[in-house]
Write a protein that binds this ligand. Structure first.
Ligand code: MCA
Ligand code: AMP
Length: 517
């Protein structure tokens, strides 16, 4: 019985003894060993009573085993819900509850803090550590290395990826086997991946970019990956000579550009550098070409849609654009008010339709209906235009969203917490330019009359509840927030006012500071 995603990405590599993952210690994991590990894990899942269509939530450090857990879910038909390792227990509780996950897999170090939450929500908990230990790994070690692949169809859900919303409530994007397969097939073709490719993989594997774009493309092509636990610029420089390609967020490229060992010789053999998840400044594109001779290939995607557009492999990779719609993907620019398609060259909202577009938000039919039209077009919330040569330009966002180092941060989620703090009437959270992360988070707080909120206390209250990357890097007090005649906070005015806040400081690692009123 078929399981299209498993068969195409994993099953066809059965018995291959060539490397799939090259690890930093110089060892490698072959395709055959990886598939055996995945099958053992699939046996554990089934033995625990999980069935096709059930959900598991995984908050685990990046490792070959963490990736094998994804393969195990695909093979057993269980819906995989990967979670950012930076999420707090409070953030995790929402995902486990909303998804109805029956099993939480986490690192041993987090077990104590997550057990009560998981049990209260009716989920069991197992551990999987990056070094191959933990209760899940131990259970897998006792299992057979083969598994009867669960039959699935292309419109069955393979993964649930949570994406925050403008209301502050995250939504689980249901990605089907067909969504993932079609995008992987298209990208292999467009970016010319084959089994000789060695992809330098330093992205996290709990998001679309690292999991579906990078990993699925390599699996579909039958190539291999240099699988690094995280982005460390010295490690990247050290590994580049062994790679043929790298996928990254813009921060990867700005950090590489600051490295003295980035030279044309170091990367002369490289075939492809791609960038996405956040806007790549034209300046970075140009500087990278000057420093290396390579033109970065920028592409555009979303959690809900996988990849939508790409600059060409052959042909001009135009700086400041995200290229053309991928084969099979329709993209149009519409009037945000009427939904009517706009003439070429005009700026409007970007809508996309194709086999890559998700099946809707998990148990949120109203939100699905608001963003996914009956005719199949998904309203991305990005603003763009198509130039006279057909290149798509992203010019802004029709959604209140900050992208910091490739991570999406929804201001509403932070404002809700700031507004609850003692002495605070209201707040506005904005993203301002930041040399390292592209944008960084600033929280503007309006105190109650006669009160002076304790910014250090607020900082730690936020710190207990939100992942570090979402926490404002600066908190400032303001007398009031600028509003338009409708009473809406004018975030553009605030963004302009604070646009230079981080520009005169060294990149990254700025701490929260109390501003002056
Ligand atoms: C880490 N920190 C961050 C971020 N990452 N703060 C804001 N934004 C971030 N992205 C925090 C750390 O907790 C640390 O806090 C401090 O910032 C500095 O850490 P540093 O060591 O410099 O960070 P890092 O570990 O080197 O990480 C930076 C990074 C990483 C390499 C850019 O964030 C990363 O790998 N980003 C990729 C995200 C990604 O894959 N996005 C794809 C989403 P402290 O102050 O405590 O030291 S998928 C997507 O968007 C769509 C579908 C698409 O199109 O791809
Ligand atoms: P997410 O759904 O969290 O993965 O984030 C998707 C969002 O990232 C998109 O809606 C865009 O706003 C942004 N994005 C992704 N790729 C690019 C890009 N190449 N240029 C500009 N924005 C991008």
């Amino acid at each position: 019985m078929p399981n299209p995603l498993y068969d195409r990405l994993f099953g066809r590599h059965a018995g291959r003894t060539t490397p799939f993952l090259h690890l930093p210690d110089g060892t490698a994991v072959s395709y055959a060993d990886f598939l055996s590990d995945a099958a053992r894990m699939a046996n554990v899942l089934v033995q625990r009573g999980l069935e096709p269509g059930d959900r598991i939530a995984a908050q685990v450090e990046k490792s070959p085993d963490a990736l094998a857990l994804y393969a195990a879910c695909v093979q057993s038909g269980i819906i995989f819900l990967p979670l950012n390792t930076a999420y707090t227990t409070e953030e995790l509780a929402y995902f486990v509850e909303d998804s109805g996950s029956q099993l939480v897999v986490c690192d041993s170090g987090k077990e104590a803090q997550l057990t009560d939450m998981a049990e209260a929500l009716g989920a069991s908990i197992m551990t999987l550590d990056a070094n191959g230990t933990g209760t899940f790994a131990e259970a897998a070690n006792t299992m057979p290395s083969t598994f009867a692949t669960a039959p699935r169809e292309t419109n069955d859900i393979a993964a649930l990826l949570y994406t925050s919303g403008t209301t502050g409530r995250s939504k689980g994007a249901m990605l089907t086997q067909g969504n993932l397969l079609s995008n992987a097939e298209t990208l292999v073709e467009c970016w010319r991946f084959d089994q000789d490719d060695v992809l330098l993989h330093a992205l996290p594997i709990f998001h679309t970019h690292g999991l579906f774009v990078a990993t699925n493309v390599v699996l579909m092509a039958g190539g291999s990956m240099i699988f690094l636990p995280k982005f460390d610029v010295d490690d990247i420089i050290g590994q580049l000579p062994a790679a043929t390609s790298m996928m990254g967020v813009p921060t990867f490229y700005t950090r590489l550009l600051d490295h003295p060992r980035l030279t044309p010789d170091l990367v002369a053999h490289m075939r492809l550098f791609t960038s996405g998840s956040a806007p790549l400044l034209s300046e970075t594109h140009v500087r990278f070409e000057k420093a290396t001779g390579h033109r970065i290939l920028e592409r555009y995607g979303m959690t809900e849609t996988n990849m939508n557009t790409s600059n060409p492999y052959e042909g001009e990779r135009r700086a400041g654009t995200v290229g053309f719609p991928l084969p099979g993907v329709e993209l149009k620019i519409t009037d945000p008010e009427t939904g009517e398609e706009l003439a070429q060259g005009q700026v409007g909202q970007i809508e996309v339709r194709g086999p890559n577009v998700f099946a809707g938000y998990w148990q949120m039919p109203e939100k699905t209906a608001a963003e996914l039209r009956d005719n199949g077009f998904f309203i991305t919330g990005d603003l763009g235009r198509i130039d006279e040569d057909g290149y798509v330009h992203i010019v802004g966002r029709n959604k209140d969203l900050i992208i910091s180092g490739g991570y999406n941060i929804y201001p509403k989620e932070i404002e809700l917490i700031l507004d609850e703090q003692p002495g605070v009437i209201e707040s506005a959270v904005i993203g301002v330019p930041h040399a390292d992360f592209g944008e960084s988070v600033v929280g503007l707080i309006v105190p109650k009359p006669g009160e002076t909120p304790d910014l250090e206390a607020i900082k730690s209250a936020v710190g207990n509840r939100l992942a570090r990357f979402k926490q404002p890097r600066k908190l400032l007090l303001l007398d009031d927030l600028p509003r338009n005649t409708m009473g809406k906070v004018q975030k553009n005015v605030l963004r302009d006012a604070y646009s230079k806040l981080f520009m005169d400081e060294p990149a990254a690692r700025q701490d929260v500071e109390a501003g002056s009123k």
